[in-house]
Design a protein around this ligand. Structure first.
Ligand code: ADP
Length: 593
């Protein structure tokens, strides 16, 4: 799946905070008119705040209480300006906030979609290293924080400076006309004093926010893990342990959350205090300079409005820092390189014959080799059993074929062509995979069978279910094929899940079948029907059976014996029984009482 331009790079460094956020402004493209409207309304709000309110104080009130007598019409016209200014301010403020929310919601949806889309194409090793609860938290919580930061920056970085400039314009005008240049200098002197607390708080905020979001990931992972193990928790009496684990993660999250809020909330009052000093000094200076009460009133309001945007920009800076911690977490997903993808010249394959070759294939998950220089050829329409001690590398060997992982060195070929030169979707269409523990989606049975070939008809799905001996138990449900199976197929037994997985493979009817034999024992009736179904399923296919137990081995024409990441022997059961010690030992251990 192609990713939009801003996230295609592999850079991870956090540079200038604002420029990091600016990358995400491109998400606003789809709502550019609404966002322009939001800014325009924000500017109306800003101008009526920074200039409007001091203007009322300076122009309207003196007229009302001045020495000149006013006619009722003049009086009305004068006071009518007050609600008029406030009407603009209210309409601007409301429309700005609503439109910003509108754009933010759209931005959040796009951002979450991008993260989700990326999760669909990332290699499996990425997930092995991470908690799914933490990834869930990044997809839902961190994107939300990024969205809030982007919207705050996008809005306030334009609106607040306008308030500042309009208020400053008024202060300057007043100062020049009535109070003298000293006031401006006074104001300017106070600005660096405001920047100081902003910088300190922002630095502390960033670190705490990173820890807070990490803890949010831990809380989500704890809930996910707990809900996935409801049976075990009751069986092992783990309820109290689970509650205290959750409490611990929650407390840690709250601890950092409160720290973040402490620094965020401290910005405003600190600047307010500094601005009160500035205003006090202005009054002090004004009194000495002999400025009248009527002149100093509007000036104080204008000064207040000049400090207010500095305060808001300080808070924005804090929000940026909070957002940056989440951006780092979201970008760990967005900027993770897609290791397994189509080469530009990848070929289409409609129907493979099923001839497979492993040439000098080695593989490592990261800590030491798991497969070592494997060379073997698997003939088409032949059934192979992969046997060997647990951890010998059988499942890993089979997962290289659908490119779940990429060999560290060497190559795998299908019908003489390197599988990296075949389109991944075409390659995977040639392979039916029956996993050890099949996962069903929380949907109807028929939809769960159809996942292997979505363009098939319901009749074809039913036919596949019949061949997998799943039909009788499916129709025994009141809703039959439209029975909803529950989370991960919770309403079905282990044997029933296996049969649905086999029905998927029958429906797909791919030339290659990988069958990871169930490790947990099935009841004897399920075991028997599954064996019968398998005997049909393996016909005319290249089949790799990962035989954890030896129950399916009689179906195999050839057996590959794995030990310590190597294929140590290959042959028929009888050949191996006479010639391969590893095989003989495994066989004896499993088959003899
Ligand atoms: P088998 O199927 O023969 O039991 P596997 O192929 O599952 O063996 O595992 C081979 C080795 O690779 C084992 O040591 C196992 O611990 C390791 N391994 C398997 N899957 C992963 C993974 N996702 N990440 C890291 N190591 C793994």
């Amino acid at each position: 799946m192609p990713m939009p331009e801003p996230f295609s790079g592999n850079k991870r460094k956090v540079g200038n905070p604002v420029s990091n956020l600016v990358t995400y402004f491109s998400l606003l493209k789809s709502v550019k008119w609404q966002f322009a409207g939001a800014l325009a309304c924000g500017l109306i709000y800003a101008a009526t705040s920074g200039f409007g309110l001091p203007f009322i104080l300076d122009r309207i009130l003196p007229k009302l209480y001045g020495p000149n007598e006013l006619t009722p019409a003049q009086l009305f016209m004068a006071v009518a300006q007050i609600p008029l200014i406030f009407a603009f301010r209210a309409a601007g403020g409301f429309s700005n906030q609503y439109l910003v929310e509108y754009c933010g919601t759209r931005l959040l949806a796009q951002l979450r979609q991008q993260v989700f889309d990326k999760l669909q194409v990332l290699h499996l090793a990425f997930f092995a290293k991470r908690d799914s609860g933490d990834l869930l938290s990044r997809t839902m919580n961190d994107t939300d924080i990024v969205q809030k930061a982007v919207m705050k920056v996008a809005n306030d970085l334009i609106v607040q400076p306008v308030i500042l400039i309009s208020a400053l314009g008024f202060v300057t005008w007043m100062a020049f006309n009535r109070a003298g240049i000293g006031l401006i200098l006074l104001f300017l002197l106070m600005v660096p004093a405001c920047v100081f607390p902003i910088r300190i708080m922002a630095r502390k905020l960033h670190q705490r926010a990173r820890q807070m979001q990490k803890q949010m990931g831990a809380v989500t992972e704890c809930v996910r893990e707990n809900l996935g193990a409801t049976r075990e928790i009751r069986a092992f009496n783990l309820e109290a342990r689970e509650s205290s684990r959750f409490k611990h993660f929650l407390n840690e999250f709250l601890r950092y959350h409160l720290k973040v809020e402490k620094y965020l909330k401290a910005i405003s009052p600190s600047i307010e205090f500094i601005s009160s000093v500035g205003i006090a000094l202005a009054i002090f200076y004004g009194r000495l300079a002999g400025i009248t009460f009527l002149d100093i009133g509007p000036l104080i309001v204008a000064l207040y409005f000049a400090y207010d945007p500095i305060k808001k920009l300080g808070v924005v800076n804090g929000e940026i820092r909070k957002g940056l911690a989440s951006i780092e977490r979201v970008e760990e997903i967005l900027k993770e390189p897609v290791l397994i993808m189509d080469r530009p010249d990848a070929q289409a394959v409609t129907e493979a014959r099923g001839h497979i070759e492993f040439v000098d294939v080695s593989f490592s998950y990261g800590d030491g080799p798991v497969l070592k220089e494997i060379n073997c050829t698997l003939a088409e329409n032949c059934v192979y059993a992969l046997v060997g001690p647990s951890g010998a590398g059988k499942s890993t060997f089979a997962s290289l074929l659908p490119r779940f992982y990429e060999p560290t060195s060497g190559r795998v070929a299908l019908d003489g062509r390197d599988i990296r030169d075949i389109k991944i979707s075409d390659l995977r269409r040639q392979i039916a995979f029956v996993p050890q523990d099949p996962v069903l989606f929380d949907d109807t049975i028929v939809e769960n069978i159809l996942v292997s070939r979505p363009d098939a008809t319901h009749q074809e799905a039913e036919e596949a279910a019949r061949r997998a001996f799943a039909h009788p138990f499916i129709v025994a449900f009141e809703a039959g094929y439209t029975t909803v199976v529950g989370d991960r197929g919770a309403r079905l037994s282990g044997g029933q899940l296996q049969r649905i997985a086999l029905a998927r493979a029958f429906l797909k009817n791919a030339p290659i079948l990988i069958l990871d034999e169930a490790t947990s024992a099935l009841d004897s009736e399920s075991e028997e029907v599954i064996q019968r179904a398998l005997e049909y399923l393996v016909k005319d296919k290249t089949v790799l059976i990962i035989a954890h137990r030896f129950s399916t081995i009689h179906m195999a024409e050839r057996i590959l014996v794995f030990q310590n990441g190597r294929i140590v022997a290959m042959g028929s059961h009888d050949e191996l029984l006479n010639s391969c010690d590893v095989y003989t030992q495994l066989y004896r251990k499993q088959m003899l009482p």
